[in-house]
Write a protein that binds this ligand. Structure first.
Ligand SMILES: NC(=O)c1ccc[n+]([C@@H]2O[C@H](COP(=O)([O-])OP(=O)(O)OC[C@H]3O[C@@H](n4cnc5c(N)ncnc54)[C@H](O)[C@@H]3O)[C@@H](O)[C@H]2O)c1
Length: 278
């Protein structure tokens, strides 16, 4: 067996990261590069993808970094990427299901606003589920096929603390705003993040005899320029009294996609400053 530190290396392993050009996707890519792996960023945003590629190439000039503009809700696009990667490398080792329509406090997200549950629009429901759940299902299906053929692979699903607990809608409230105009976290976020834990357990057991491990992490909110009032309300719910730093999930990600976690499958690792204990 390799030494303890060597077991964290994923040298020359091909690691697909969906939503790879987003805030956390880029950080997962850095974790892959730190382990000597080859990150493959899939993202629907061409602009974000180009920016991410530039940033990563500047920081890791020697590294192989693959970027594909792709909509993970389109199976045929995923199949084409799988075939390209298999032609180029002969193997696909790791999949991180990370993409989601992530409702953000600091930006005006389409699915975060005065959308009450009783008038939640069908198109937002369908759009969120398509990316967060169907996308993870399709990527697992398409890239998992290569892993099945190789009899080797690792899948990591990015859930959330809101895959464990319900959102506390009080932290999004603003004084003096009418009830029907208050911002709430959308129902889709809870459904998707809980659903990913179901997908994790299903696939972990389904593929256990194919040497494919499937796990999930539940990260909590990352500090990223949110307003002070919101931060205060949120951090009050966190025993450690703060949000996460954007780099605080990287070591866990590398642990979970490498041999370091070789006996772990079907597990959910919560990284939330203690929030779900309260
Ligand atoms: N940021 C946080 O505080 C936080 C906390 C807990 C969990 N998470 C989870 O971590 C993951 C990443 O979050 P983030 O903050 O980096 O979000 P982000 O919005 O910055 O990144 C998501 C990326 O997914 C891409 N994407 C959207 N639809 C796509 C599609 N159909 N096909 C391909 N790519 C698509 C977007 O273009 C974007 O680059 C999400 O699943 C989120 O729910 C984030």
């Amino acid at each position: 067996m390799n030494s303890i530190l060597e077991r964290y290396l994923i040298s020359d392993q091909v690691c697909i990261i969906t939503g790879g050009a987003g805030l956390l996707g880029k950080k997962h890519a850095e974790a892959v590069l730190a382990g000597n792996g080859i990150p493959v960023l899939l993202d629907i945003s061409d602009e974000a993808l180009q920016k991410a590629q530039k940033e990563l190439c500047e920081r890791y000039p020697e590294a192989k970094i693959e970027c594909f503009k792709a909509d993970i809700t389109k199976e045929e696009e995923l199949v084409a990427i799988r075939e390209t990667l298999l032609d180029r490398y002969g193997h696909i080792d790791i999949l991180i299901n990370n993409a989601a329509n992530n409702p953000k406090m600091e930006e005006k997200s389409a699915n975060l606003g005065n959308i009450r549950f009783d008038n939640f629009p069908m198109d937002i429901w369908m759009g969120d589920i398509a990316v967060g759940l169907t996308g993870a299902f399709l990527c697992s299906k398409v890239f998992g096929k290569a892993m099945e053929d190789q009899k080797k692979g690792v899948i990591l699903n990015i859930s959330s603390d809101l895959g464990i607990i319900a959102p506390d809608q009080r932290i999004y409230r603003k004084d003096g705003v009418k009830e029907e105009d208050q911002t709430i976290k959308p129902v889709t976020y809870s459904v998707i993040k809980h659903g990913l834990l179901g997908l994790t357990k299903y696939l972990a057991t389904y593929w256990a005899n194919k040497n494919i491990r499937v796990n999930a992490i539940c990260p909590a909110g990352v500090e990223n320029g949110q307003n002070e009032e919101f931060m205060k309300k949120l951090t009050n719910l966190v025993p450690m009294g703060r949000m996460a730093n954007v780099e605080e999930y990287q070591c866990t990600v590398l642990y979970m996609i490498s041999e370091a976690s070789s006996y772990m499958t079907g597990s959910t690792v919560i990284i939330d400053g203690g929030r779900t204990c309260w």
